[in-house]
Design a protein around this ligand. Sequence first.
Ligand code: ADP
Length: 189
Amino acid sequence: MRRGALEEKPIQAFMQIHPARLEFVQGDIAQQDTDAIVNAANSSLLGGGGVDGAIHSAAGPELLAECRTLGGCQTGDAKITKGYRLKAHYVIHTVGPIFRNSPREAELLASCYQRSLELAGVHHLQSVAFPSISTGAYGYPVEQAAPVALRAVIGYLNMHTGVELVRFVLFDRQTFQVYQRAFDHLRPS
Ligand code: ADP
């Protein structure tokens, strides 16, 4: 196991998007204590590797049992379950696009973040942690995915109240740095 990737680093960057806060941390999404954590799921919602494997193994078998009742999820959409043995009370399962370099993918990726935040809002959740959706098994280049993810989240927070904290939890140092650079690029000077 790559211990270095799992040791939670302190929050290394944040931005206030009045009244909400956007944070970046290198760590494990399954260990977050936000009201909800977001799962980078596949369309069956019946388990996989990466983020999905880490969340299901920390949540326990009850999570898979609830996922079986949901009838899957379309790419770009999101569904919510309880968090079971996780610190987070809810898991929002979203299905990112598989990267094939087609123009629709950025829109679908943005939709994952937006639909997840909409669900959090409907359930009156105040804090949500996201992984870097689609940039693992689904092959979306992180350099392209990070600005799409950040614009979607910032756009939502600018338009809605309710969710007060969004935390990006980036597993490895390189992904963390790419998000930080994208964030510095978008931040008003
Ligand atoms: P997808 O199928 O949407 O690409 P993956 O789970 O394969 O999702 O990977 C998405 C991103 O999450 C990758 O950058 C991967 O390194 C990262 N990742 C893997 N495990 C974890 C974890 N436990 N916590 C946070 N991020 C993780």
